[in-house]
Design a protein around this ligand. Structure first.
Ligand code: GLU
Ligand code: MG
Length: 638
């Protein structure tokens, strides 16, 4: 079986009839796997990154840049090496939603050694070069979060037309031909989400209002009543899932450490989203937001009117407050319990079944909550399974709950342990930036576990932060709720506290305080140590060789500068490029020509041919000791 081997997707009507079947067996499968694996111990720290890329075709005569629909062809070649030698390859390649997207990961996970930070960037460069070797003249592989003119007239090469009245998507703008054709999953998801919802998805994001921005911005509102005239309107899964991100996966030593990581990384998700913001352009317009997050959330929002609370419940079971793609709704560790202040929706019977099989309250409610969703993609040969061995029905629901964090049980019959996936970050232009973000987040996890830090704040505050994180220039302009005292050990002291008192003290504003990203990352005089000083403190107790020290400090310096505003976020840089372009007409439009110049410049920055100190700080290609501080002294309290 090839890596892209296909199955027979079922229609939405068939899938719908089997939704209860999938849920029931998915829960049994989870119970079985939990029994098998809950006591699994002694796995070691491993981690890896995932990068999604967009393939672009430049036409230097016409001065256009289009998405290149050759991902399927290129992936088939990329995967030959893996099929021949799965253990030996340096990279693994997977399809993504777009016919113009590829996703690459390192061939093997990295381990606990700090020296592994020295190879992260090199591996990213290797992956890029591996694809570049397969490209034709004029083609490029770019790590950009959103393609600026996705869904505009002639945005792809070869051109494909949108089909508003037929096919999976039925978009005014996004053609089915831009969906990855090599596996039916993607088109099936698009169709079933639309059919389950009862109408097309509707994505409206605020336009960046410039001097000559026309309102209405176009005539979308005449064609679709869901379109808001002063918003950028998009009506297809591809506008969201056709965006790219940077993800990290961590293997924990056991299930409890995985729960701790899941919880502790949760408050960091909005902070990292703001810091990595990279997508201010959509469907040929400049938006007034900097991130992809809500766009993807709306792009896969399969909730019916009833579930969205627009009509009284009749044929559906729950009013659900979020899309399948959004930030997590509950913590999983005992320390997190009292910060679970958002009522969780789940089926009592499912919850009870999990509890009857000795699954604790926190995990049971998490799984039961994920299982309020229907399967939206089912393959006929997967319907009947051996619940003792298979986990497909569980994975079916789990993998279509796209949240800021994902709690991942070990796959059947593998050497892989309990894992946590960190999913909020947007992708950056250069391998240097992406490597810096990866190493920073990995170091934060080391610090959390070594110093037993506690970042927890109420889930409702994390939700508020997620909204703020996407605003224009959030990294400098917003204050985020963040925990005042991260060294506070709550588990031991408060476990004897009665539930209500514990919840009250968690909700108390003593626990959290508004902070800027700069204060969170770099510290606030006398009040908050800052994540980078905490990392440096951690490193000072480690034996770090000179090379690794140099690598890490280069990355931390970069993160520090992004947080302080000394250098620009990708989103701000892109916005400034467009609004500063000589042909920009102050009308919030990204014309073909601006798009071409922007993407050419991005290509040059990514290869190092165009220096961009306002984005990167200094030439990241040459690794020097310049600007690198000595490991700083211990932070008070640790
Ligand atoms: N491309 C999606 C994003 O930007 C993630 C898809 C996935 O789960 O791999 O968040
Ligand atoms: Mg992906």
């Amino acid at each position: 079986m090839g890596l892209l081997s296909v199955g027979q997707p079922m229609t939405w009507e068939e899938t719908k009839k089997l939704s209860q079947h999938v849920r029931e067996h998915g829960i049994i499968q989870f119970i079985n796997l939990y029994k098998r694996l809950k006591d699994r111990q002694g796995d070691v720290l491993k981690w890896g990154d995932e990068i999604e890329y967009i393939l672009v075709t430049f036409d230097d005569k016409e001065r256009t840049a289009k998405v290149c629909l050759r991902a399927h062809e290129i992936l088939s070649t990329l995967q030959i090496k893996e099929e021949a030698d799965p253990e030996g390859v340096k990279s693994l390649w997977r399809p993504e939603y777009g016919a113009y997207m590829v996703e690459g990961t390192p061939g093997q996970p990295y381990g606990g050694m700090l020296a592994h930070f020295n190879i992260v960037e090199a591996n990213m460069r290797y992956r890029r070069e591996e694809v570049e070797e397969l490209l034709k003249d004029g083609e490029a592989i770019l790590s950009i979060t959103s393609f600026p003119r996705l869904g505009c007239e002639n945005f792809s090469h070869p051109p494909v037309k949108a089909t508003p009245h037929s096919g999976a998507t039925r978009s005014l703008f996004f053609p089915d031909g831009a969906i990855f054709p090599g596996h039916p999953r993607f088109a099936t998801l698009s169709r079933n989400i639309r059919e389950r919802r009862g109408e097309k998805v509707a994505i409206n994001i605020p336009i960046y209002r410039d001097e000559r921005t026309p309102i209405p911005i176009d005539d979308s509102h005449k064609k679709d009543k869901a379109a808001r005239p002063d918003h950028i309107y998009m009506d297809a899964m591809g506008f969201g899932m056709g965006c790219c991100c940077l993800q990290l996966t961590f293997q924990a030593c056991n299930i409890n450490e995985a729960r701790t990581l899941y919880d502790q990384l949760t408050p960091l998700a909005p902070i990292m989203l703001a810091l990595t913001a990279a997508s201010p352009l959509h469907r040929g317009f400049v938006a007034d937001i900097d991130c992809r997050w809500n766009i993807i959330a709306s792009s896969v929002d399969d909730r019916t009117d009833e579930e969205r609370g627009l009509r009284p419940l009749q044929s559906n079971r729950f009013v659900i407050n979020k899309s399948r793609f959004d930030s997590i709704d509950s913590y999983l560790s005992p320390e997190g319990d009292k910060f679970n202040d958002v009522p969780l929706i789940y089926d009592e019977k499912v919850y009870k079944k999990l509890r009857d099989h000795d699954i604790d309250h926190l995990l049971a409610q998490h799984i039961a909550h994920l299982f309020i969703r229907d399967s939206i993609s089912l393959f006929s040969e997967k319907v009947h399974q051996n619940d003792e061995q298979d986990t497909d029905h569980f994975e079916n629901i789990q993998s279509t709950n796209w949240q800021t964090l994902r709690f991942k049980p070990p796959p059947p019959n593998s050497t892989i342990g309990w894992r946590v996936e960190f999913r909020p970050c947007e992708i950056q232009i250069t391998d240097f930036e992406n490597a810096a973000i990866v190493c920073f987040v990995v170091l934060v996890t080391r610090v959390i576990l070594s110093f037993k830090l506690n970042f927890l704040i109420p889930i409702s505050k994390v939700d508020e932060n997620m909204k703020k994180a996407q605003k224009r220039n959030a990294v400098l302009a917003e204050h985020f709720w963040f925990r005042r005292d991260v060294s506070m050990q709550t588990a031991a002291t408060q476990s004897s506290e009665p539930q209500e008192a514990a919840a009250a003290s968690a909700a108390s504003t003593d626990v959290y305080t508004p902070m800027t990203v700069n204060e969170i990352i770099n510290g606030k005089n006398g009040e908050f140590p800052g994540l980078i000083p905490l990392i440096n403190n951690y490193l000072s107790g480690m034996d770090v060789d000179a090379d690794t020290h140099c690598t890490i400090q280069r990355y931390l310096k970069f993160i520090s500068r992004r947080a302080s505003g000394e250098i620009l976020t990708t989103a701000t840089w892109i916005r400034q490029f467009v609004t500063g372009h000589p042909n920009y007409e102050q009308d919030s439009r990204v014309t073909d020509e601006i798009n071409y110049d922007l993407l050419k410049t991005i290509k040059g920055i990514q290869s190092g041919e165009i220096p961009c100190p306002e984005l990167l700080g200094y030439n990241p290609v040459s690794k020097t000791t310049e600007d690198i501080p000595p490991v700083i002294a211990k932070v008070a309290g640790h």
